[in-house]
Design a protein around this ligand. Structure first.
Ligand SMILES: O=C(O)COP(=O)(O)O
Ligand SMILES: [Mg+2]
Length: 226
């Protein structure tokens, strides 16, 4: 039997230019165990991915702020604190940086994401003045979020609902927001493009980057199961 998976999305199932790698549509629909998509993106993104892969919508969004399994949604974190930080950041001249419309934050319920082009030093300075709020850099955004909210904690909520233990899962990821997943999963892999925090936390750093790395892990898990 192949193991259940906890998969990050950006940097892990994508190409270097941020597209879903087409191999996700070959490798994941028939994976014969649960898959949890665990992302920093807002709730609709992993739901849509699971939907279009023909998988159960079992997802963690907003770095653990939102978890969805078996039709149940769990929301944790203090969105008002995150919004207050971003408001103060704006008052001091900072820009969230996604342009008009801002679909990155439109459906976000527990945190606020700023563009990688945003003024990181100013954002961190403003956030440091507020209790229980932190800034997490995924390489794709700076997330202003409640401390204590994490993908790893949300994975506990999801695995309980599935009647599984987190340590039965194999996790693949690429950044700081995957460290908590790596800590609770039974086995963890960082792809070659991973940041230092993810590399350090992973059981293994694979030699290929992005979906090449993830595909190599999945191949290995399948061979092992045979
Ligand atoms: O939304 C981000 O910043 C990163 O998303 P990810 O957790 O799927 O890599
Ligand atoms: Mg990622």
């Amino acid at each position: 039997m192949v193991p259940p998976l906890a998969l990050d999305i950006d940097g892990t199932l994508t190409t270097p230019d941020h597209r879903i790698d087409p191999r996700a549509f070959e490798l994941l629909p028939d994976w014969d165990a649960p898959i949890v998509f665990a992302t920093g993106k807002a709730f609709p993104y992993p739901v849509a991915l699971a939907h279009f892969l023909g998988r159960e919508e079992t997802v963690i969004a907003e770095n653990g702020g939102v978890a969805y399994v078996d039709g149940e949604t769990t929301v944790v974190g203090d969105p008002d604190a995150a919004r207050a930080v971003v408001e103060a950041f704006r008052e001091r001249g900072g820009e969230v940086g996604w342009g008009d419309g801002d679909t990155v934050n439109r459906w976000r319920e527990t945190e606020v994401a700023c563009s990688p082009d945003a003024d990181e030093a100013l954002l961190r300075e403003v956030a440091a003045a507020v209790d229980d709020v932190e800034v997490v850099d995924t390489g794709y955004a700076y997330h202003v979020k409640s401390t204590g909210v994490s993908k790893g904690r949300a994975l506990g909520v999801v695995t309980d609902a599935l009647g599984l233990a987190a340590d039965e899962f194999v996790a693949v990821g690429d950044s700081e927001n995957d460290v908590s997943t790596f800590e609770v999963a039974g086995e963890s892999y960082a792809v070659a493009n991973a940041d230092d925090a993810a590399r350090e936390a992973a059981d293994e750093v694979v030699s290929e980057g992005f979906m090449d790395g993830t595909a190599s892990v999945l191949d290995r898990l399948r061979e092992r199961a045979e």
